[in-house]
Each structure stands twice: as C-alpha cells, then as structure tokens.
Design a protein around this ligand. Structure first.
Ligand code: NAP
Length: 262
C-alpha cells in the first residue's frame, strides 16, 4: 500500500530514540522526510544515518522543547528546509514519577513542561504551515490517562491533556481540513521504559508480570507497529479520520482479562 507520503515533511519530536525513532523510520520508509527534534544532536544524527543508509532522507533540529521560544524556532527551522510542513508528531516526554503524596508544586509544573506544554506550543506554531498543506497532527499518549499508574501525577495529567487536546484541536482545525489524532501506547520497550522499570521493586519480576498481562500475544508492542500505525494516521489514506484516540496496545486498556484467562 502506498501511503502517499513521499516528500512530505513531518516534524517528529523525540524522533531520535524509542517510539519517536520508530515513527521516523516508518515515515522514511514511505518516502516522507522526518524533521527530528531532540536535545541530543549525536543521537538524531545516528537515526538519520540509519534512514540514509536505507535510501531515505531526514534532518535534525537540536532543541529543548521545555522552552516555548525554542518550540517556535524548531517549527520555523523545520519549515525553512523544504518550505513546507505536512505533519507534526508530538511525542517527546518522560514518565518522571511526580506523585501526589511525594510531589510538590515545582516538580508537578516541571512535569507538565516536559510532557504537555510543548505539545501545545509545537502545534500552535505549526498550524499556519499545516493549513497550507492540509496536513495532520498526531499526539502520542500513554495508557496512564485511562488506567492511572500511581506516583506519577504530572505524567498522567499530561496524558489526559494530550487526549483532550486531540479532540479539541480536531474540532478547531476542521475548517482547514487539518486532521488531529492520537495513538495511546501501553507497553513498548524503549530507553525511557528501561529507565522506568529500574525504578520499581524487582524490575525483572515486574516486567514478567506486565508482559503476561498484555492480552494480544503476551508481548510488548514493537516500535515498528507503532511506527506503521502512526504513518497510516498521518497519511492521506486516513483522510476521513480525525479526533480519534487509537489504542495500539495489544488490547491492554480495553480487553477483559478475566474472560481471557477463563
Ligand atoms: P525515550 O526512549 O526516552 O525517547 C524520548 C525521545 O524524546 C528522545 O529522543 C529524547 O531525546 C526526546 N526528548 C525528551 N524530552 C525532550 C525535550 N525536552 N526536548 C527535546 N527532546 C526531548 O521515550 P519513549 O519511551 O520513546 O517515549 C516517547 C513518548 O511515548 C513519551 O511521550 C511517552 O509518554 C510515550 N509513551 C511511551 C510508552 C512506552 O512504553 N515506552 C508508553 C506510553 C507512552 P533527548 O533526551 O536526546 O532530548
């Protein structure tokens, strides 16, 4: 299937590593040009080298998305390279464990900056360009908005915000034919996931129990599966899909475990 993404410029925040890398690679396989935004140029350059080795094209913008002015510069820098922006993937973030009992004002606000506020800023600055191309926005989100996790109020609130903004922007941008969707992820092995699992008691046992509870195949979602679903939602082949919160999670959030184990 040709997703008709050839030569489309798509900003991918956090596109150098983990889920963002999976999305960058999938877009590049379809001939799109990922504009990879991350704080570590050396990591972005590694991903770009991988893309170029496979015959694709990508470029990078070194930015700390916590700075709202840097978001503006990043969007404008991405536009300047090819004179177009066809898509925005809001993905960068971290599960930073700012809890209710053990959190405080500053760390809660800081978590919102790491995980939510740049989603708004990037979309805000990208909208004028997306209007020109009738492009599309994809927000990456986490099951913690639906299921909670405990001890991670800032991250859970951010994911609730990511889902709510998906619907809100889908409505606001209808008139421009700019579509907005989200992908919710449950369990996917990435550098962030590896860091997080080390923070729980007995990581090995915890990981075994998590994986055993993933309904489809008792395995984690792969980066390629998330990348493929992302490319499809961003593509013109999804031209009548907007405001959708799509769970690419092996049934983790919605399927009844009691029935599965009966
Ligand atoms: P990851 O492995 O840590 O990768 C995150 C990427 O984002 C890195 O390239 C990182 O690069 C970049 N980044 C982070 N903060 C940034 C900032 N302030 N400015 C610029 N770049 C920044 O994380 P991941 O597991 O792929 O997670 C990506 C997204 O998926 C997160 O928003 C998370 O909520 C969501 N998610 C993940 C899972 C999972 O199972 N892994 C589940 C649900 C949702 P630098 O550090 O070099 O900047």
């Amino acid at each position: 299937m040709d997703l008709k993404l050839k030569d489309k410029v798509v900003i991918v925040t956090g596109g150098a590593r983990g889920i963002g890398k999976g999305i960058s690679l999938a877009l590049a396989r379809e001939g799109a040009i990922p504009a990879i935004v991350s704080r570590t140029a050396s990591e972005s350059l590694k991903t770009i080298a991988e893309i170029e080795e496979a015959g694709g094209t990508a470029f990078q913008i070194e930015t700390d998305l916590k700075d709202p002015e840097a978001c503006k510069r990043a969007v404008n820098a991405a536009y300047a390279v090819y004179g177009r922006i066809d898509g925005l993937v809001n993905n960068a973030g971290e599960n930073d464990g700012v809890g209710l009992e053990h959190g405080d004002f500053d760390s809660f606000i800081s978590s919102l900056h790491k995980n939510l506020i740049h989603y708004y800023m990037m979309a805000h600055y990208a909208v004028p360009y997306l209007k020109e191309t009738q492009g599309s926005i994809l927000n990456i989100s986490s099951k913690t908005a639906d299921t909670g996790q405990g001890g991670t109020s800032g991250y859970a609130a951010s994911n609730g915000g990511r889902n709510a903004l998906t619907r809100e922007w889908a409505v606001e941008l209808l008139k421009y034919n700019v579509r907005v969707n989200a992908i919710v992820i449950a369990e996917c092995w990435t550098p962030l996931y590896e860091r997080w699992i080390q923070t729980v008691e007995d990581p090995e046992k915890a990981l075994k129990s998590i994986v055993a509870n993933i309904p489809l195949g008792q395995r984690m979602t792969t980066l390629e599966e998330i990348g493929n679903a992302s490319a499809f939602l961003l593509s013109p082949l999804s031209s009548h899909t907007t405001g959708q919160i799509t769970y690419v999670d092996g049934g983790y959030v919605h399927l009844d475990r009691a029935l599965l184990n009966a």
